[in-house]
Design a binder for this molecule. Structure first.
Ligand SMILES: [Zn+2]
Length: 347
């Protein structure tokens, strides 16, 4: 069940203490668990993001051998290394990099009363190498220019399955945090969605894909934020995982939702949905509710890559629920979605 969460980005802002919101009122900031390494030292594993860029506390620049100043009256941030100087402002994309004005990929902000800066931009401007490994969710900053082999880049091609190499897949477990989705007794849809999403993510990572989950734990993430994550990473495919509920207590089966687009592409949401649905019906031996065009679904409408939302079964039907909570079913569902992702990428 996909609830239309209208002003829910407000909850997100309150939870994460974000000051800025874009003109449309859609927050582009989100928190995400990923490791930050500087040389061989693990600095932390929970950071804040804007436009797909990791933001870290300003004082982290000291670990890069730089000094900093922050002027609260003007919101001005200055970062100084031996050879470089950067001047930027909170809530502003512009940065004076030496004498040159540049547009940064993300805006500095405040978070928990801390000034947060985009680490990749800053480190690269200071002449350092930065790598993001989507398989282990790590950002690696090297002050010496030597990035250990295990961190070499987001798009490593050390995996035999060439199809998933260079691909970025977004796995979106529906609901989370204050939004449980469908509820049946003490079973919440958000938990079932996450379980299947984790299994699918592991399978994809093992096969060499770069996978990004819109949430990795039980937290609230706004629908527009989910789409923004995918768009900012320029992902290749987006799969949202949900479970259904109905007032008909005998309803059983699977359906796949998509955003109806008139764009003629080799692969689009509708085609992806067809593949997902066909495989789920077969692999899960489930009644076929077909694919359904849903023009108002935010995650499939706002994402710019082929996107589909899979409903894996009806939690409201007792006998179906008994199946949905088993690891065997969840693994089977993940395998089926995995197969569909491969098929869609082959098209
Ligand atoms: Zn749902």
């Amino acid at each position: 069940m996909l609830k239309k969460v209208i002003a829910s980005f407000l909850v997100f802002i309150l939870c994460f203490g974000v000051l800025q919101v874009s003109a449309q009122g859609k927050s582009e900031y989100y928190s995400y668990a990923a490791d930050l390494w500087i040389d061989n030292q693990l600095i932390g594993n929970e950071f804040f993001y804007h436009n797909g860029n990791m933001l870290v506390p300003l004082h982290v620049v000291e670990l890069l051998g730089a000094t900093y100043e922050f002027e609260p009256e003007t919101w001005r941030i200055r970062i100084q290394s031996e050879s470089q100087s950067l001047t930027m402002h909170i809530a502003n994309y512009q940065c004076a990099n030496q004498a040159k004005l540049e547009k940064m990929p993300a805006k500095p902000t405040f978070y928990n009363n801390t000034v947060m800066i985009p680490i990749r931009y800053v480190a690269e401007s200071l002449g350092m190498s930065v790598s993001w490994d989507g398989k282990t969710d790590s950002v690696y900053v090297s002050t010496t220019g030597n990035i250990p082999e295990e961190f070499i880049d987001l798009r490593r091609d050390d995996v035999e399955n060439g199809l998933l190499t260079n691909k970025i897949i977004i796995v979106d477990p529906g609901h989370g945090g204050s939004d449980p989705g469908a509820v049946a007794g003490n079973i919440k849809e958000k938990d079932l969605n996450l379980q299947v999403a984790k299994i699918l993510t592991d399978m994809l990572k093992e096969a060499g894909a770069n996978v990004y989950m819109t949430r990795k734990d039980d937290r609230y993430v706004g629908l527009y934020t989910r789409a923004a994550i995918a768009n900012n990473l320029n992902a290749d495919l987006f799969i949202s995982i949900h479970h259904n509920a109905s007032s008909n207590s005998a309803a059983k089966g699977v359906m796949t939702l998509f955003y109806p687009s008139s764009k003629k592409q080799k692969m689009n949401g509708q085609k992806f949905a067809q593949i997902v649905q066909k495989n789920m019906v077969n692999d899960l031996n489930a009644p076929d509710w077909g694919i359904i065009a849903r023009p108002n679904l935010v995650v499939t409408r706002e994402t710019r890559m082929p996107a589909a939302l899979a409903e894996l079964g009806f939690m409201s039907t007792k006998s179906e629920l008994e199946r949905l909570v088993t690891y065997e079913f969840q693994e089977q569902a993940a395998k089926s979605l995995y197969k569909s992702i491969i098929e869609a990428l082959k098209e």
